[in-house]
Ligand binder design. Sequence first.
Ligand code: PHE
Ligand code: ZN
Ligand code: ZN
Ligand code: ZN
Length: 297
Amino acid sequence: GNTPQREELLVADATSVDAPIPGAPGPVTHGIPVVGASSQDGLSLAEEGSTAYVNVLPAETRTDHNVIAELPGEDPDNVVMAGAHLDSVIEGPGINDNGSGSAAILETALMMADTEPQNTLRFAWWAAEEQGLVGSADYVAGLSQEERDRIALYTNYDMVGSPNYVFMVYDADQSTFPAPEGVTIPEGSEAVEDVYESYYTAIGEPYDDTEFSGRSDYEAFILADIPSGGLFTGAEVVKTEEQAAIWGGTAGEQFDPCYHLACDTYENNDDHALEVNSDLIAFAMLTFAYSTETVNA
Ligand code: PHE
Ligand code: ZN
Ligand code: ZN
Ligand code: ZN
């Protein structure tokens, strides 16, 4: 039987169990006894005499890179940014999360490459978002106050083509979605939100607000008081009947049933959502390329 003392050492991931030859010493230096599966010697891993170990590898440090592309405008001191994280979780290829946002801003950047914008356009493909917003946080931390002041606004695109989508816009109104304590959504963010919402309205696509609470790479920007906004089509949350009546799709299923899973492949996108949002991302970038007056009034 399992003794309580050993249960405390439960490690859930049975796939990483390394079962040594019975009687031989454990093969790993970082071995932890495991509960809940059975070892090759027929004993429950929790049982006295079990010789199974979990091979816990030492923490590993890797280097990852943000990719930044800038198109200088007439005004070098008024920078309009669009960002999307380029990494995925280890479990899957991350096509909706976040190949969708990465591809959409890449397409926009390519289409605008031959233009001569008024404002400077800066595109960012962030590293290691899934490891805790690492790339974007590092980027903003590395900017001087003067460099931060040159950024008129930041826009974020993380999951913009979910298979069971709802069109959502980060909501700058703190009365709708209270921001975490001590965090104020920067003034001007409302005007970014307005651009998205007026576009959805103009093309007759329904939209809703979504929480602006720091679950993606915009966090470092709002903490640095840089006006921000962005789009989202849903992750692990289950679609309601009411939402299915508005956007179609399947009630009772997640917006993205393959969220953070191996099945987040090329099949895991809704083409309509991706097309509408790609156009909108280009529209927003083009709008702010001409002027950020509504944001930085
Ligand atoms: N940042 C989340 C992820 O990459 C996705 C997400 C974006 C969730 C925005 C909520 C809001 O997994
Ligand atoms: Zn993710
Ligand atoms: Zn993501
Ligand atoms: Zn709104």
